[in-house]
Each structure stands twice: as C-alpha cells, then as structure tokens.
Write a protein that binds this ligand. Structure first.
Ligand code: PHB
Length: 393
C-alpha cells in the first residue's frame, strides 16, 4: 500500500513538473509522427472522411505503438486545394517534424507535396490520388491507392470483347480523368471500338445535365464515365433525372463513379453498371467481411475504395517501421516498403520495388441488388495488375 502510494505521488509530481501536459508524454525520439493531409471539407470531403476513418479503425485494431514507438497522427484539412497542401506539408515538416506525410485526396495535392518530401527525405504515402505520373515525382513517394490506367485499360478490353462497339465518354477535366480517357481509348480502339462523343466536365461542382444530353444524342452502346470519388451520387441523380436509365444507357468505366460509399443511395438507375476497380465492399473474402463489419460498426456506413486505400496506407507505415526496428530514416523506410506484400480487404497487394506503386487485382463488377442493397458484385479478376501508365520505365 505504502509503495503504491509512493508511486502515485511520484506520478503526480512528475506530471506537475511537466507543466502543460497532464499525462507524462513519450520522449520525442519515442514518437513517430505522421502528417495526414486530407480533404475533410469541400467537394472531396468523402475521400478524407473514409481515409481518416480507416486509419482510426486500423489503429484501434492494431494499437498505437510500433517497434517501441508511439504513433501520432496529425490530421490537416487541405480541402483538396494544392496551395493548402503545400503550405500544410511545409508546416508539418518544419514545425511538427513529422516522419511521414500521407493522405492526398487528389492528384494536384499529391504533386504539390512531392518536392517537399524529396527535400525532407521523408516518405510521402499517397492514399487516394490516382494519376500514373505521381510516383515519378519523388523517390520518396509510395502509393497504396490505385492508378486510373490499372482499371481503364481493363474495362477498355472488356468492352470490346463484350459486344460494345460505340462509346461516348464523359470524364472529369483534370489529370486522372485524362489518364482514364487515354488508357480506355487506347485499349478500346485497339480492339476495334469507336469513340462517338467525348466530353470533359469541370472538376469543381459539375452540372452534368448539358453533357448528359450530348451522351444521349450520340446514341452509343455505352457511356464511359470517370468522376472522382464523392461525385458519383450527384452524377447518377442527374443521369436518372434526364431519363438516361429509361433509354437503357449502359454505364461503364473505372469504379470511382460507383463508389460503395455512395452507391446504396444512387437508386435503381445504377443497376447494371459495369466497372473495373480495385475494391468492392462485396468482395467475398473473410478478411473483407470482417473489415466491412468493423467499419460499419465504428462509423455506421460501408467502406469504399478510399477507405481501403487508407487502411493499407497505414498498414504499410506500420510494417515499414517494424522492418526498420523503429528507425525513421526516410531512405531506410522507403527501402523497407519496396516489394512489401500483404493481404488487404481488397485482396492480395504489393508495392512494386521499381516504381513504388501498388500492384493489385482489378475486378470487373456489375451493380446488383443483394438483400435489398446495391453492391458492385465482382465477376472477373485480373491478378497482380501493375500500373502501365508511367512515362519512363
Ligand atoms: C485524383 O485526383 O487523383 C483522384 C481522386 C479521386 C478518384 C480518382 C483519382 O476517385
């Protein structure tokens, strides 16, 4: 009793000495800091929310200590504005002395931080953005999300092989939309398909109505759509309002437009959409069933592909730290990440040691009703797909 009291008193005294901190903090060199930059507000906020949730879930499940180091995540909202990303990354590196920067909801944000990661020699873990060139912009960039080339090449081949001859395209007018369009077109036209209409829609707050009319007028066998995560709900609402579902317009594309996060509220107009993508909440593995159940329990809704990209991003950071024994030297961490392989809720994945980009299965899925809810039901798998969209090999 006496000893316990003494210990308690010592604890209280040291806390008082510490002054502003109620709990005795871990020493600075026992803490690993992750600067997490995400769009928590604005048009891409659903991406930020999914990734932030998934990281919280992972840390709940796996603890917040790795290789003897306490993991501290510092979340900053850049609203997907690259000038904000750059300023926040700078502050996190200089003031907070973070050991990683991570997140990045859109391509311009990931690119804005690339030079800073190189200068600071710390890993930039890209958990959302999908343009192929990103990993070429710094030897410190590693990606756990996807590239648009991975899914668009595959849906291009699938379309020609499945009797689709004429396609009208609708893509967001920025880098990943241009990648989606380029790689789809390459594969679709190489197989004999024809592009009968091509429209690009603004990234910010797009009004799809006039563009949807052009899709209708072009009378294609299907329309190819890329809009970033977060916009699929609004897109499908306008699609249905203009009666495109009633005339039997087929939607194909990378799976971003059918993000599980929003899919169940899209209504029956989404039924039958065929997309190629990295993740479906209906992926039938036990690991995914557990992941979906835990995510739903914690946050009340299903995880989408951005959630799984965040979950794998934090896993990569944990595993790299285990491999270096807690050493936060950026070069050692990047070396540790290269070639790493693991089982994700999306299926087996790895980090390409040459490009530091993700290698993953791409699934072809169709929107169907399962137990009264809309899901992307996978029906074909392309294994271990690498990014094919790099400018240099
Ligand atoms: C991107 O900006 O790279 C991006 C964002 C959301 C997506 C795909 C790509 O769904």
């Amino acid at each position: 009793m006496f000893n316990r009291r003494k210990v308690l008193l010592w604890g209280a005294a040291s806390a008082a000495l510490c002054g502003f901190c109620a709990n005795v903090p871990a020493r600075a060199d026992d803490v690993v800091k992750i600067g997490l930059i995400l769009p928590m507000t604005g048009g891409q906020a659903s991406t930020g929310k999914q990734i932030d949730n998934a990281i919280k879930l992972y840390m709940q499940q796996n603890g917040d200590t790795v290789a003897g180091k306490k993991i501290e995540v510092i979340l900053k909202d850049d609203a997907a504005v690259p000038d904000n990303t750059k300023r926040l990354a700078q502050e996190l590196i200089v003031n907070d002395k973070v050991n990683f920067i991570a997140g990045f909801g859109v391509t311009p944000a990931a690119l804005a931080a690339a030079k800073l990661a190189t200068e600071a020699k710390i890993p930039e873990v890209v958990m959302a953005a999908g343009t192929s060139i990103i990993t070429e912009r710094s030897p410190y960039i590693v990606r756990t999300s996807f590239t648009l080339a991975q899914s668009s090449t595959i849906i291009g081949d699938w379309a020609v092989k499945n009797g689709i001859k004429k396609v009208a395209t609708l893509t967001s007018d920025y880098a990943p939309g241009n990648d989606a369009l380029t790689f789809f077109k390459q594969h679709f036209t190489a197989g004999g398909g024809e592009i009968v209409e091509e429209v690009k829609v603004p990234l910010a707050n797009p009004d799809f109505a006039p563009f949807l009319q052009r899709m209708k007028d072009a009378k294609p066998d299907a329309m190819f759509v890329f809009v970033p995560a977060g916009q699929g709900g609004n897109f499908m609402k306008q699609f249905a309002e203009r009666g495109l579902d009633k005339i039997g317009m087929k939607v194909i594309g990378p799976g971003d437009v059918m993000d599980d996060d929003l899919l169940n509220n899209m209504g029956d107009a989404a039924l039958g959409a065929v997309t190629a993508h990295l993740y479906s909440a209906a992926h039938p593995s036990q690991m995914n069933k557990d992941f979906v159940a835990a995510y739903k329990k914690a946050f009340g809704n299903r995880p989408g592909f951005m959630a799984v990209s965040g979950y794998d991003g934090i896993h990569l950071i944990y595993e790299a730290l285990k491999k270096t024994g807690g050493d936060t030297n950026g070069d050692k961490l990047i070396e540790a990440m290269k070639g790493m392989k693991w089982e994700s809720p999306r299926g087996p994945i790895s980090i390409d040691p040459e490009t530091r980009d993700i290698v993953q299965n791409i699934y072809i899925r169709k929107v169907e009703k399962v137990d009264g809810e809309l899901y992307n039901v996978e029906f074909a798998t392309f294994e271990a797909v690498k990014d094919s969209g790099k400018t240099k090999k």
